[in-house]
Design a protein around this ligand. Structure first.
Ligand code: AMP
Ligand code: GLY
Length: 427
């Protein structure tokens, strides 16, 4: 089969790496891809948001499966576009239609979805500029910290958490009246703060059946000890020790089942990944957010723990036959440590030569922000490379990830040295 993966990050390199292992894959394309995907697939320099361009590529390269990595094309309706294209009627698309992508595209929609289908989540209310004063009153009824969320996509920056009531009110005004996040903050969800420990759970569904993929914990802050600015993710581990069998059973019964059934009840056709951001509050799962794609860097620890053929799973999801597909995971532990450009997540330089990539030992190197120039691999983004590794336990996996990253260098490389440390002695 000919497969096209849309996207250019570590997640897409990990998808390509796993797809490449399937003997059902004849030709693999990544668009636009990066220097890592160029080693195992053909990169095509097209914009995933330009559906016409994607369509021409699908036709020219006789693509059978389209796997959409990032959320933006999904929220813009790429799946609906291809379903309506008679020229591509046999194409299998992995990714929800626009109506399903709203689970990530609108916090207000996803909160009402959860309330409608009894999915446990923080209590919340949504406000607009015309209801600003009511928003202030609502904030006064809550305990600090205050959680404010821009309704639309805001590149991971749309959530503000503050201890201070007057700051919360000011932020609400900035978001609603002064368009702090542009159109994304035309509506703002204010919700209760959940105290607990976070994890990410991933589901692949064909709309009827589902597989729960290995869970993961992401390290989002730039600094060690989870300090400093939020990033796209500085590292991840899987499995997560506090997601034991009892907890995961609750996740399945209280979150996954009502979510998949809720989509069906709402007549939303959903064939793709659901990434559920969860807070474990005293052993009970609460949904913080849905994403309609896989996580990055979580994919870089989730896929190495799946033994089954990913192409079979993708076909199952897109064609409604996921119940027939074998699904096995490994008991091995996986970790990933992300090397970033100095300065990230604020401004940083690009175009630095990456050296040492031939000395990464046991690890699996997933490129995120890299490009090729005259045979050299250069940095081209904030998050540059995710160094993933497997081990018999978390300590061994981490040791393999760190051994690899220590041998690689570029000017101003930075990475967190404490990924997974909080989980090593988890009781
Ligand atoms: P989101 O963009 O929805 O993932 O939110 C970003 C981060 O804010 C999450 O990963 C959590 O760490 C935090 N967060 C969001 N909502 C809440 C909440 N209700 N209580 C506590 N923390 C939250
Ligand atoms: N690592 C978090 C995300 O992919 O949104």
């Amino acid at each position: 089969m000919n497969i096209l993966v849309l996207g250019s990050g570590g997640r897409e390199h990990a998808f390509a790496w796993k797809i490449k292992q399937s003997n059902r894959c004849d030709n693999l394309y990544v668009a636009p891809g990066n220097a890592g995907t160029a080693e195992i697939a053909t990169n095509l320099s097209i914009d995933p948001k330009n559906f016409q361009e994607v369509k021409e590529t699908v036709i020219d390269h006789q693509i059978d499966i389209l796997l959409v990595g990032p959320e933006e094309p999904l929220v813009l309706g790429i799946t609906d576009f291809f379903l309506a294209e008679t020229a591509c009627k046999d194409l299998l698309v992995v990714g929800p239609e626009k109506a399903g992508a709203l689970l990530e595209g609108s916090k207000d929609f996803s909160k009402s979805f959860m309330q409608r289908h009894n999915v446990p989540t923080a209590k919340s209310k949504t406000f607009e500029a015309s209801t600003l004063e009511e928003g202030f009153l609502f904030l006064e009824t809550l305990q600090a910290p205050y959680v404010l969320k821009a309704d639309g996509l805001a590149a991971g920056k749309g959530v503000i958490i503050t201890e201070d009531l007057s700051e919360a009110k000011n932020t609400l005004k900035e978001m609603l009246v002064e368009a702090k996040f542009g159109k994304a903050s035309t509506k703002v969800v204010i919700e209760e703060f959940l105290k607990g420990i976070e994890l990410s759970v991933f589901v692949l569904t064909d709309g009827e059946n589902y597989k729960i993929l290995p869970e993961a914990k992401d390290y989002k802050r730039i600094g060690e000890g989870d300090k400093g600015l939020n990033t796209g993710g500085m590292g991840a581990v899987s499995p997560v020790p506090f997601a034991d069998t009892a907890f995961m059973k609750k996740v399945e019964e209280k979150v996954v089942l009502p979510t998949v059934n809720g989509l069906k009840k709402d007549q939303i056709v959903y064939k793709g990944f659901i990434f559920i951001g969860l807070m474990n509050v005293n052993g009970e799962p609460f949904v913080i957010e849905y994403n309609v794609r896989m996580g990055d860097p979580e994919t870089e620890v989730v896929l190495p723990r799946i033994d089954s053929d990913l192409v079979d799973l993708l076909i199952g999801a897109a064609s409604g036959t996921l119940d027939k597909v074998d699904f096995k995971t490994t008991k091995l532990h996986a970790s990933t440590v992300v090397g970033v450009s100095g300065g990230y997540p604020e401004s940083y330089q690009k175009g630095k030569e990456i050296i040492g990539l031939d000395q990464t030992g046991e690890s699996i190197v997933f490129h995120a922000g890299t490009s090729l120039s005259d045979g050299k691999v250069l940095t081209s983004g904030g998050r540059v490379i995710a160094f993933s590794a497997l081990g018999n336990n978390l300590e061994e996996a981490l040791s393999n990830s760190y051994k690899a990253i220590e041998n690689v260098n570029w000017e101003d490389i930075y990475y967190r040295k404490d990924i997974g440390q909080d989980l090593l002695n988890w009781q």
